[in-house]
Design a protein around this ligand. Sequence first.
Ligand SMILES: [Zn+2]
Length: 85
Amino acid sequence: MSQLSENLKRLVRERAGSRCEYCLSHQDYIMGRLQIDHILPISKGGQDTEENLCLACELCNQYKWNKIVATDPETNQVTSLFNPR
Ligand SMILES: [Zn+2]
């Protein structure tokens, strides 16, 4: 578990405008608090840097988990997941 500074957390939340950066749901319309996600997961070498962090709702964050690619259901090809940066 990484320890993000309060300043970095605030920066990520303000930059995202209180929206999930994957599905764009606003904080006012989701259950729970938006979470800070590592775009490139720590388990895959991601860092606690401003460029590697984004705001995500619990559903997006849990669905993405530590993945960076997935199989496109229409083409059946492995493709990179959306990167909000
Ligand atoms: Zn979301």
